[in-house]
Every structure is written in structure tokens, then in C-alpha cells.
Design a protein around this ligand. Structure first.
Ligand code: NG1
Ligand code: ZN
Length: 557
């Protein structure tokens, strides 16, 4: 690194001194904390995104959001050139950079890393970084910090894409690097045209039930509500009412609203009441990368039937399986010489009943630790990989070779069997591959896919809810001195440290038939999360409480 670059870096880093005593780590979703302590971290992430862009000679992204956290928090994460999360190999450097005590240490770290990674600095523009942020008030000054971090690397150019959902930014980075149209209006166009295409392919005779075309969506008072208001204008076959849309007088971001609240508390969000009984409802989270559905069930309260990520996954898996079997009809594997691998990826938070159901459908189910970076990676090993967290974050990945095969098949069928069910199945899978955001879980694209499949199946919401019945479950958070003192293994199902805690959890679990419990440190909040499942709600609550107590005892000892 030349002298000029060093002094630019030193000068600009001195303008963003880190808050004393604040230590951050790149968790399940980047860095998150109270917005007031984040400027230095966001500035430094700007530097990191620029280095990543220089190293890969591709576009990267910086997203400023704290998703479902309270409005006073914020966060920052890097979008890798693939459109996914930052490569895990760079996470230790991200931690070191963000926690450097002063500008001098920061410059030393950058020089050492640059040499190790052989990153060439260039005077001409050679790095492009897209910036996005959600609707949090702190997003403005944090975006400025990110820009200054990027500008302190010679040759790096920041493009401010404005207020976006997290998945929109991931999609833009992915599309830019594929050399495809990547603006926000291209995003809406791709979603609405592939949605329309799926509706046009619905078998006319299939509908046994008159589909309710009305859908009410809780926008978490965040960016997703605002974007959905826009997207819905181009959807003729769906009547969407957006509540908690983020308009000033409607309420506070994530406060009693949003997918995280609905999924964890299992109650309706603010703004929903008895008049909504019988209506299909959905909820997005604060940055619109999670989606859950729900139905109000009580006249005098806010009790709901929840349709979580596991059930959305099940719907997607059934549809894809059906299309694959139509496509392969009359053809055995030897004949077409291609065996399509279809895999489902879940985490330990997946309800046990969903896993049982998926396996009974003959699907291959595998588990990873919490965090989309793990699920996404695993799903990418299949021709079609479907991954979902119970909280509603997930997507479908179709391998390039499978997509190419579909294109070939589509052309072939168009000439020999145009309009046949087989041809239509190929067209449906191709439309699905465009509708679903393959960069990352996306509540808006997921919602349209659910709605399209729903109309295709001709189902009532009750049929969906009755696919299987969730085992009662309970989640709790425990505050401890150091959440990292808990170390887990086997996709977070077993605690290996502190020693003795797993045995304690086992002895609590053994008291309940079909009991299951696990604990892990959160990657986004300073808490240990406890999950418990059993055959009754009382048993799940009681198991969660006793495990939480054990955690508290072990972690203060
Ligand atoms: P943590 O805080 O690590 O549990 C939460 C979610 C993850 C993931 C991330 C990122 C739960 C139990 N955990 O992570 O699944 O979505 O946020 O947003 O829902
Ligand atoms: Zn989110």
C-alpha cells in the first residue's frame, strides 16, 4: 500500500473513533448494536466491502439494517459478489477490523490483510459497492459512515441505492455480477412477470375451492410494507391490503408487529382484529427477508394459527416435487441421463412435526446451525435446494446445470409437445426460478410464490394448516454474563461447554414425552436462546423454563 493510500486511510479512520468498551462480532447477520455506537463499525465495514470488491473484481454490497430488532438498534452486513452473505473466511478479519482500538491499528490490519490476500489497489475505478438501508432513522448517518469508509480506499466507488429491503440489495448485487438488469424497477418487473406466468399456467380444472384473492399483510412498520404497496400495483390477480405499512402515524418499526413478533409470540400483530377472522394474513419482518402467514382464530383475542417457515417450505417442496414428477413422466433416469437432486435444509428450530412430515413425503432433509449462511451453502449442493428457518427466512436455489437443463427441455417440449402438462411443468419451474430470489430469503418474492402455488393447488388456508400439526413449542431468552461461554455442536443440538449443562438439559427433557430442547448463544442479541418442544403447550413452557433456569445457573457459576 502506498504512502498516499495509507495517509487517506489514517486520516479518515481518525474521524470515526470506535466507542470505548464496545466489542462487536460478525454474528448470524453481520454486526448489530444500538445505533449510537455503530458509526465506526459501519465506516470500517465500508472499507471491508471495498477490499472484498477489489479482491474479487466484482460488485459487493453493504446493507444497513437490524431487521427485527427494536428501532433504536441498527446493523450492517456485507453482500458478497454471489449475492449471498460475506464469505465465512473473511469473518475473522471483519471482527478484527471492527474492533481495532484506533486508526493506527486499523491501518496496520488492512496492510497485513492486503498482503496476505494479495489485493491490488488501483487508481482507476476498480471496485463497485452498492449501498442500501432500511427505514430506521439512524440509517442516514450510518450510510454516510459507510460511504466514507469506501471512499477511503483509492479506486472504490460507492453507489447509494437508497432505502431497500435487504433481499433487494442482495438481488441487485447478484444480478449486477451476472451482467443482468439490476435496478429496483427490474426487480419489480421480474417478480410480477414471473408471478403472472405462474398464474397463467394453472390447470383450469384443478380448482376445487374458490380461491380467496384477498390477502392482508403486516409490513412491520418497515421497508417491506412500503415496497409491497408499490409492487401490488402490478398484480391484477391478487388484492393485497398492507397494514403497518411504515407510514408515520401507523406505529413503530417492529413494535408489536412483524414476522419475528408473530412467530415468537404466536399472536396477531397490532392492527389486526376480529374482523380479520377467516382472512389469509401474512407478516413481513423489519427488512422484509422473513415471511410468515397466520389466521386469526378468536373473536375476543389475538390468538392465531401460525403458518411458519416450516410450512411455507412444505408448500414449496410439495409443488416442486409435483412439477418434477410431471416433468419426468414417461422418462426414466437412464433415458434422460440426469438425476435431479432435491433437498430440504432446516435448523434445530424447525418444528419436529414438520421434519417428520417432509420425510414422510420422501424428501431428503438435512440440518445446519442457525444462520442463513449455513443453510444457503448446504442448499446449494442440490439441483434444487429449499431452505427455511422456522422464523420465515428461506428461499429456493436451482443449480445452474439444472436451470440449463430446464431451458433445453423447455425448447424441446415447445417443439414436440407444446402446451402439454410436461411442457407446462418445465415452464412453471422456470418461472419459479425467476420469481424466487435466489440470492437470499425474500419476503416479497416468497409471498408471491406462496400465492401463486396456493392458486395452483386450489387450496383453502385450512388445507395448508392441516398438512401437519406443529408440536407445541416455546422459545425463551436468558441474559447471562457471557453468552459465548456456551459452545454447541451437531447443528447446535448439543452443548459441549460449560461441561455438565447438556446432561442437565437431558435430564429435564427426559421428564416429557417427545420432549426436545436445546440452547445456543444468539448471533444478533446479547442473550442465550432456549427452545423447547413437547406434546402440550404446558409441557413445552415448563421444559423451556426449567432449561432456562439451568442455563442461568451454569452461566453465572
Ligand atoms: P440469532 O439471534 O442468532 O438467533 C436470529 C434468528 C436466525 C436468523 C438471524 C438473522 C431465531 C431463533 N434466530 O438469529 O434464525 O434469522 O436472526 O436475522 O429466529
Ligand atoms: Zn430480517
Amino acid at each position: 500500500m502506498d504512502q498516499e493510500q495509507q495517509s487517506i486511510l489514517l486520516e479518515s479512520a481518525s474521524r470515526f473513533p470506535p466507542q470505548k468498551g464496545v466489542k462487536l462480532s460478525y454474528g448470524t447477520a453481520g454486526f448489530r448494536a444500538d445505533a449510537s455506537v455503530l458509526s465506526a463499525a459501519v465506516f470500517r465495514v465500508g472499507i471491508l466491502a471495498a477490499l472484498r470488491s477489489l479482491k474479487t473484481q466484482s460488485v459487493t454490497g453493504v446493507m444497513i439494517t437490524a431487521s427485527h430488532n427494536q428501532v433504536s438498534d441498527n446493523g450492517v452486513k456485507i453482500v458478497d459478489p454471489s449475492g449471498g452473505m460475506l464469505t465465512q473466511e473473511w469473518e475473522p478479519f471483519a471482527d478484527a477490523l471492527v474492533n481495532a482500538v484506533d486508526a493506527e491499528e486499523l491501518v496496520r490490519l488492512v496492510i497485513a490483510f492486503q498482503e496476505k490476500e494479495k489485493i491490488a489497489f488501483a487508481r482507476t475505478q476498480s471496485a463497485g459497492i452498492l449501498l442500501g438501508r432500511d427505514t430506521r432513522p439512524s440509517g442516514d448517518f450510518l450510510l454516510e459512515a459507510a460511504k466514507q469508509g469506501i471512499n477511503s480506499i483509492v479506486g472504490a466507488v460507492a453507489s447509494d441505492m437508497g432505502i431497500l429491503t435487504t433481499p433487494q440489495l442482495h438481488w441487485m448485487v447478484q444480478m449486477r455480477n451476472k451482467g443482468k438488469m439490476a435496478s429496483e424497477s427490474d426487480y419489480y418487473e421480474q417478480l410480477s412477470s414471473s408471478f403472472r406466468c405462474l398464474l397463467d399456467l394453472i390447470p383450469k380444472e384443478a380448482t376445487t375451492y374458490k380461491i380467496e384473492k384477498n390477502l392482508v399483510v403486516d409490513g412491520a412498520n418497515g421497508v417491506g410494507g412500503e415496497k409491497l404497496e408499490f409492487l401490488k400495483k402490478s398484480l391484477n390477480d391478487l388484492v393485497i391490503e398492507v397494514r403497518n405499512s411504515g407510514k408515520k402515524d401507523e406505529g413503530i418499526l417492529n413494535d408489536g408487529v412483524g414476522a419475528d413478533f408473530v412467530q415468537k409470540e404466536k399472536v396477531a400483530p397490532r392492527g389486526f382484529g376480529p374482523d380479520d377472522i377467516g382472512t389469509r394474513c401474512a407478516s413481513l419482518d423489519g427488512d422484509a427477508d422473513r415471511l410468515v402467514y397466520f389466521c386469526l382464530k378468536s373473536k375476543n383475542g389475538n390468538e392465531i394459527d401460525l403458518i411458519d417457515g416450516d410450512k411455507i417450505l412444505s408448500l414449496f417442496a410439495l409443488f416442486i416435487k409435483e412439477q418434477l414428477s410431471i416433468l419426468n413422466k414417461e422418462e426414466n433416469e437412464e433415458k434422460n441421463g440426469y438425476h435431479v437432486t432435491l433437498g430440504v435444509v432446516q435448523t434445530a428450530y424447525a418444528n419436529g412435526a414438520s421434519t417428520d412430515y417432509l420425510k414422510k413425503q420422501g424428501l431428503e432433509v438435512v440440518f445446519t446451525p442457525t444462520g442463513v449462511k449455513y443453510l444457503h451453502e448446504k442448499a446449494s449442493h442440490y439441483d434444487i435446494g429449499i431452505y427455511f428457518e422456522a422464523n420465515g427466512h428461506g428461499t429456493i436455489l436451482l443449480s445452474e446445470s439444472f436451470t440449463n437443463l430446464l431451458e433445453v427441455k423447455n425448447n424441446e417440449l415447445a417443439s414436440i409437445a407444446k402446451g402439454s402438462e410436461q411442457h407446462r411443468a418445465a415452464l412453471r419451474l422456470l418461472a419459479l426460478s425467476k420469481l424466487i430470489n435466489q440470492a437470499v430469503g425474500d419476503a416479497l418474492s416468497g409471498l408471491l410464490l406462496v400465492e401463486a402455488i396456493f392458486q395452483h393447488m386450489g387450496w383453502s388456508i385450512q388445507v395448508w394448516m392441516d398438512l401437519y400439526h406443529d408440536l407445541p413449542s416455546k422459545q425463551l431468552k436468558v441474559k447471562v454474563a457471557d453468552r459465548k461461554s456456551i459452545v454447541t455442536a451437531n447443528a447446535e443440538t448439543v452443548v459441549i461447554r460449560p461441561s455438565g449443562l447438556q446432561e442437565a438439559i437431558n435430564s429435564e427433557t427426559a421428564k416429557f414425552p417427545r420432549g426436545r430442547a436445546f440452547v445456543r448463544p444468539s448471533g444478533t442479541e446479547d442473550v442465550v436462546r432456549v427452545y423447547a418442544e413437547a406434546t402440550t403447550q404446558e409441557a413445552a413452557d415448563s421444559l423451556a423454563n426449567s432449561v432456562a433456569q439451568r442455563v442461568a445457573n451454569f452461566c453465572t457459576a
